[in-house]
Write a protein that binds this ligand. Structure first.
Ligand SMILES: Nc1ncnc2c1ncn2[C@@H]1O[C@H](COP(=O)(O)OP(=O)(O)O)[C@@H](O)[C@H]1O
Ligand SMILES: [Mg+2]
Length: 1021
């Protein structure tokens, strides 16, 4: 702490104090001041400042001039007779006020208690202190400070904050909730506070903790992330959810608090956004030790009027003793007397003055302070002969005092001159904080003029205070101001006619618009708010779309949907054509947000609404986009409707003369039919030729989903390497609403290719990583569970596969369950077959056939992604069961059916298995010629494609066939190749992996490894 005159420079908290007030300099201005103070008494050149404070960027030296000007303003320094900063023309600056070092940890120290004129709050102060003591011992504390406007919440919390700041090593930060647009910005106060922590001198530790524990938060501060780390960070948080984001910040705060206690202040929670409430709730409920205190202020009446969920949260926390509420009462008369005594030391004021103020203000401190101030302004209280006195008897002052606080504030405003009033009016339109830069435009005046006028008002402590200058993203710097109390702003704003209000809002919006750019999405909701208030609904809706993107970037999809629904309301007020265009955009975004939340029905409904709105308005491009989006959610819940939608998209595209779009749609439509409906040669051709055409047209913009569909089609034709490459590239690197599902889709395809290729160990790794990721993110790991079930089938662990599926079916999942249901049936079918085999129990075979037939029956098993693959697998199972039970006629009938179906596809795995089954049926029929033909067909396929799962089965059957034909050398070579395929599969698992062991010891495998046993069996049979 460094002291100069009445100021204290607080390096630990990066702020400047003056007596009772925190002088909220902007971070850069603070740095400039600190540098000058730390090098006081000597010349500091401009170059030195630039070197020290902007080491890596080029900065216009004019900027420094602006900062110095701003600092002078808040210090109240005069250019002609400076007492703080002297300009040495052409050379630089010198800090000339005497500076002393000050270290205090002693609460008795007078400079410790900075808000010296706070009265009547000893109760709340000791409550806060008691809570703080507990926090210092590791018991987290959540405190709500409640009370009407002007009751002194900010004053109390400020005073407490200052005390805490003096405690060694306490990290403090404040976050402000903002009226109007603030409720639409997820985590507004937390990001505000975190921003301060990352600018403190020990910000390194904070940034490191965020990187380690809270990447979803770090990414909200792009300037803290090095460009080369950005992609990795995006990947790291892919698929993250709101739950993860909340958990991460809790963990980060807890971890930070183990180094130094943390005090957070969130102000004006009656305007809070829902995400921040989630965060507070989580912070309050976690049980980990944390030296953490969160103090929140709010106005109960506004909370109720705005129907804020804060009410429910607070009640719940109170019920569970997880928070403390401090309700501030109005000041009693003696407290007012005390206030007068501190404000006017050495005074001869009449004893009735306290009662007079008490009666008028009814103990509201803001009202009280305003009356006192007014009496000084109008000369009722004067300071002469070294003392304060009243110039008139109280009775004559009495009738002039306004009835209400509102009127009081209006009276104060009316005393100002016309230009001052105009400036304040424009300021009140911008908000509690306003900048000379924004309102200069609204008033068509010079910035300097506005700044002079505002500085003058601030210096007279009227209505506003200066909060320093700020660097705008466009390189300009401008002074910013704040209303002394939000009631001042409200009083002034309310006086404006609706026409003038709207005009000012529009002008401010236009000005703020120039600030919005890629890096500044956070101003979007503010701009939207001003456009809406200025009745410019089209612009408002466009900026709301940006604000929604912003919310999605904070993983706050529910908030994002709220913002979009608001935008939707505005679109109805816009001219028909533009309105329709915006409406479809908004609806499609709503679809994306629901999709990200896993709410597939809602997502599909929003896309459908977008498509029909676009269709009505003749917006073909938008209609096609919405129709093609429908296939994503419908693919999961109702594939036929998805296929119908994409068919419609193709139709509409045909009338558009856009070959590129047509090729995209045709590829997508054909691909979807192949994957979700059934495999048809014709569709495979369309899909391929559309893809080739896209390549020819040099298409760069094919959406990832389309590409993933195409990659799946590749995988199902045995083009595994190409497919894997496409899936790898398809894993998104940027987080957007649809990224999670894109990611899942790419992983899903990757695992399918790997399963076909027998790289089961790799799939198991993906399943485990995916589950871990899902757990971290708070997602449902459905896809990974599905894949594990599939994987276990291929390792012949039918029991295990069925168990995984049945576990999925027991838990509540928003995702469709056809797939696990199907796998469970098939797995149970195979278990039954195995039993039938060992126990010669005919009943088991019947049971197996029944289960397989359930899978084949479209009534019992509706369509789902790749359902045909499973229905064919079930048919294979049926032929297996008939074969085993000795019903060769039926076995042969089903095996033919399976072969026929497999040959309709282009899938080498299924086709090889179909020939293998044919071979076995032929062997059973002792039709040796047919058996040899069939086995050759199978062998030809497994030689050509990397399909070891089918491979070992075909070779094993070939081995048996040649044994029966007594061609032992030929037989043995197939046995060896079966073994080789088995090892290929087994060795894809790490050594010691239980699945590897169970696969190798499964009965059908064991028989291949122990040919003598097999020979015996053949001889016995
Ligand atoms: N306990 C107090 N003692 C003296 N003055 C106070 C006290 N509380 C508030 N005030 C005065 O009232 C004004 C408004 O108080 P503030 O803390 O901003 O109210 P709130 O945050 O509850 O709306 C302050 O600027 C200060 O002048
Ligand atoms: Mg306040």
């Amino acid at each position: 702490m460094r002291l100069f005159r009445s100021f204290r420079l607080d390096s630990a908290n990066q702020c400047l104090w003056r007596g009772e007030h925190r002088v909220p300099l902007t971070p850069k201005a603070f740095d400039v001041l600190r540098y000058l103070v730390e090098h006081s008494g000597r010349l500091v050149t401009q170059d030195e400042l630039l070197e020290a404070l902007w080491p890596e960027t080029y900065v216009n030296p004019e900027l420094i001039k602006k900062y110095i000007l701003g600092i002078r303003k808040v210090l109240g320094d005069q250019h002609d007779k400076p007492v703080y900063i002297e300009t040495l023309p052409k050379r630089g600056y010198q800090f000339i006020a005497p500076v002393t070092d000050h270290v205090t940890e002693d609460p008795q120290d007078p400079s410790y208690d900075v808000i010296s004129n706070m009265v009547g709050r000893s109760g709340p102060v000791s409550e806060l202190q008691a809570a703080f003591k507990k926090a210092l011992r590791g018991q987290r504390q959540i405190i709500f400070v409640a009370g009407e406007p002007g009751i002194g919440k900010t004053t109390l919390v400020d005073s407490f904050h200052q005390r805490a700041s003096h405690e060694a090593k306490v990290r403090t930060a404040r976050g402000q909730c903002v009226e109007g647009f603030g409720g639409k910005e997820p985590y507004y106060p937390m990001l505000d506070a975190l921003g301060q922590l990352t600018r403190n001198p020990d910000s390194g530790a904070v940034v490191q903790t965020l990187a380690r524990r809270a990447p979803t938060w770090l990414i909200q501060f792009p300037s803290l992330v090095k460009p080369e780390q950005r992609e990795a960070l995006h990947r790291e948080i892919l698929g993250a959810t709101r739950e993860r984001m909340v958990r991460e910040i809790c963990e980060a705060l807890e971890s930070l608090s183990s180094e130094a206690p943390i005090l957070l202040v969130f102000e004006d929670l009656h305007w809070v956004d829902p995400s921040t409430l989630d965060l507070i709730s989580a912070l309050a409920r976690r049980r980990e030790e944390a030296k953490l205190m969160l103090v929140c202020t709010y106005r109960p009446v506004d909370m109720i009027l705005s129907n804020s969920p804060l009410k429910g949260l607070k009640q719940d926390l109170q019920l569970h003793n997880l928070c403390v509420e401090i309700a501030l009462e109005r000041l009693p008369e003696p407290a007012i007397a005390e206030y007068l005594a501190t404000e006017f030391p050495k005074a001869s004021l009449p004893p009735g003055l306290a009662n007079f103020i008490y009666r008028h203000s009814e103990g509201n401190p803001l009202f009280m302070a305003a009356i006192v101030q007014d009496m000084m302004k109008n000369g009722s209280i004067v300071h002469d002969d070294e003392e304060w006195r009243l110039t008139r008897p109280l009775e004559t002052i009495d009738p002039g005092v306004p009835q209400s606080l509102q009127q009081m504030l209006e009276v104060q405003f009316e005393r100002l001159n016309a230009p001052e009033q105009r400036v304040l009016e424009a300021g009140s339109v911008e908000g509690e904080h306003f900048s000379a830069w924004a309102i200069a435009n609204a008033l068509a005046e010079k910035i300097d003029h506005i700044e002079d006028l505002c500085d003058e008002l601030a210096a007279r402590q009227q209505v506003i205070k200066a909060i320093g200058i700020q660097e705008l993203p466009n390189g300009l710097v401008a002074a910013h101001y704040e209303f002394r109390h939000s009631l001042y702003r409200q009083a002034i704003y309310r006086r404006l006619s609706s026409g003038r209000r709207a005009r000012l809002h529009r002008a401010i919006a236009e000005r703020l618009k120039t600030l919005s750019g890629p890096g500044r999405r956070d101003v979007a909701s503010k701009i939207a708010f001003h456009f809406e208030s200025g009745h410019e609904y089209e612009q408002a809706a466009r900026y709301l779309l940006l604000a929604a993107e912003n919310a999605a970037g904070r993983l706050a999809y529910r908030d994002c949907i709220q913002v979009l629904l608001h935008a939707l309301k505005l679109t109805s007020k816009i001219e028909a054509y533009l309105g329709a265009e915006l409406e479809t955009q908004v609806l499609e975004f709503i679809g994306d947000a629901h999709y990200a939340l896993g709410a597939m029905a809602e997502s599909a409904a929003a896309y459908e609404a977008a498509a029909s709105r676009a269709g009505q308005a003749g917006l073909k491009g938008a209609q096609v986009s919405a129709l093609s989006s429908m296939v994503r959610p419908f693919g999961l819940i109702d594939p036929d409707r998805g296929i119908a939608a994409i068919g419609r998209a193709v139709e509409v595209t045909r009338s558009m003369q856009d070959p590129l779009l047509l090729a995209r749609m045709e590829m997508l439509a054909a691909g979807c039919r192949l994957l979700y409906d059934s495999w048809r040669e014709q569709d495979a051709v369309v899909c391929q030729s559309a893809h080739d055409q896209l390549k020819e047209l040099g298409d760069k913009g094919t959406p990832p989903f389309h590409k993933m569909i195409y990659a799946h089609v590749q995988a199902l034709q045995g083009n595994y390497i190409e497919a894997l490459e496409l899936f790898e590239r398809g894993i998104p690197t940027l987080n957007q609403a649809t990224s999670l599902m894109e990611h899942f889709f790419a992983l899903s395809g990757k695992t399918i290719a790997l399963l076909r290729m027998g790289r089961l160990g790799y799939v198991l790794q993906i399943v485990r990583d995916g589950r871990e990721m899902a757990e971290k993110n708070g997602n449902d790991p459905w896809l990974f569970n599905f894949r594990e079930a599939w994987l276990r089938m291929l390792t012949l662990d039918f029991e295990g596969s069925a168990r995984v599926c049945e576990a999925i079916l027991q838990t509540e999942t928003a995702y469709p369950v056809s797939q696990p249901q199907t796998i469970a049936r098939i797995a149970r079918g195979y278990t039954a077959i195995a039993k039938g085999f060992t126990e010669l129990d005919k009943g088991q075979n019947d049971r197996a056939i029944e289960l397989f037939n359930q899978v084949r029956d479209p009534q019992t098993t509706p369509k789902f992604f790749l359902h045909w693959n499973w229905r064919m697998t079930a048919q294979l199972g049926v032929s297996e069961a008939w074969l085993q039970s000795g019903n060769l006629e039926k076995a042969s009938f089903e095996a033919d059916g399976f072969l026929h179906a497999a040959l309709e596809t282009a899938d080498p795995h299924l086709q090889a298995l179909a020939w293998e089954m044919q071979t076995r049926v032929a062997i059973a029929n002792e039709d040796w010629g047919r058996a040899e033909d069939c086995v050759h067909k199978g062998l030809e396929i497994v030689d050509r494609f990397e399909v070891p799962v089918a491979g070992w089965q075909v070779h094993a059957t070939a081995w048996r066939l040649y044994q029966s034909r007594q061609q032992y050398a030929e037989a043995e070579s197939h046995r060896e190749r079966a073994q080789a395929d088995i090892f290929k599969i087994a060795d894809s698992f790490p050594k010691g992996e239980p699945l590897r062991e169970s696969f190798l010891s499964a009965a059908p495998i064991a028989r291949i490894f122990s040919p003598s046993a097999e020979r015996r069996r053949a001889a016995d049979g």
